[in-house]
Design a protein around this ligand. Structure first.
Ligand code: A2P
Length: 280
């Protein structure tokens, strides 16, 4: 878990992160982040919209792990697009987390309903604020989430800093090949949120059989698949045993045939989210 990728700005990032989407605020978030840090995770992913930044920050503070050994990501919510609002939003997140910088700050969504008419300008203004936060070292890297190529193309027209990361819904059921190819071509790291398809991949027979062959769990096989593609998986769990299990993925390797089998599962869990109808 201390292995790292190097982002396009030279910053290193631990290659598995602990996801906290859908982790309720309060004791559950606190306990699960503390369990993750005890299990050896050094990369925690949260967002203003998850509503759990305070509990995440408290767990980080109580863990005793040195700040410089941690990688913490949070995200700017849809209501905070714009230059001034983005600056204030990062300050609010830092205060809630109890940190004076985040390692990575992301625009959570490119094009929420309320900004359909002026998303391009709003993203450009937001990005300018984020570039300043990056220059001020309040964010050690900046990036985006849920961006499709058209959103990145628009952003890159005015961006001075190329996003380091694009965090997307990325798992065997929804592989987003166009977005991944775009990210690769621009040296943008593809982070995978919901790498286990929010839990919906567990009923797939092919994965159960494959997991037995490797003497691993389905979760471990799917996280391994994500790593072997060069993605950065962010598995979420609120159970200490699963949190630990999801880190034990470095002592085996999936064969090319098995990688291809998993690649072929696209859509099988009924999760493929059609971005034109669902999110954008
Ligand atoms: P729980 O939090 O109750 O442990 P994703 O990371 O794709 O969003 O998936 C998270 C879902 O998968 C959650 O429902 C989580 O449940 C479940 N989960 C996470 N890790 C494991 C595991 N190792 N085995 C079984 N279920 C898991």
């Amino acid at each position: 878990l201390t292995d790292t990728y190097t982002l396009n700005n030279g910053t290193t990032i631990p290659i598995v992160g602990f996801g906290t989407w859908q982790t309720p605020d309060g004791q559950v978030a606190y306990d699960s982040v503390l369990a993750a840090l005890k299990a050896g995770y050094r990369h925690i992913d949260t967002a203003a919209a998850y509503g759990n930044e305070e509990s995440v920050g408290k767990a980080i503070a109580d863990s005793g792990v040195a700040r410089e050994d941690l990688f913490v990501t949070t995200k700017l919510w849809n209501a905070d697009h714009g230059y001034e609002t983005a600056k204030a939003a990062l300050d609010t997140s830092l205060a809630k987390l109890g940190l004076d910088y985040v390692d990575l700050y992301l625009i959570h969504w490119p094009n929420p309903a309320a900004m359909r008419d002026n998303w391009e300008q709003l993203n450009a203004d937001t990005w300018r604020a984020m570039e300043e936060a990056y220059a001020d070292r309040k964010a050690r890297a900046i990036g985006v989430s849920n961006f499709r190529p058209k959103h990145l193309d628009a952003l890159l027209k005015t961006a001075k800093v190329v996003p380091a990361v694009n965090q997307i819904f990325l798992n065997p059921s929804d592989m987003e090949p166009e977005v991944v190819a775009y990210n690769e071509a621009h040296d943008i790291l593809s982070e995978a949120y919901s790498p286990l398809g929010t839990g919906k991949i567990f009923g797939i027979d092919d994965l159960t059989t494959m997991a037995q062959k490797y003497d691993k769990s389905v979760a471990q096989v799917v996280l391994r698949w994500s790593l072997q593609h060069g993605f950065l998986p962010l598995p979420k769990s609120v159970h200490a045993d699963r949190i630990a299990q999801n880190t034990d993925i470095f002592d085996f390797e999936l064969s090319a045939d098995d990688m291809a089998t998993i690649d072929g599962l696209r859509g099988v869990a009924g999760l493929a989210n059609d971005p034109d109808t669902v999110n954008f």
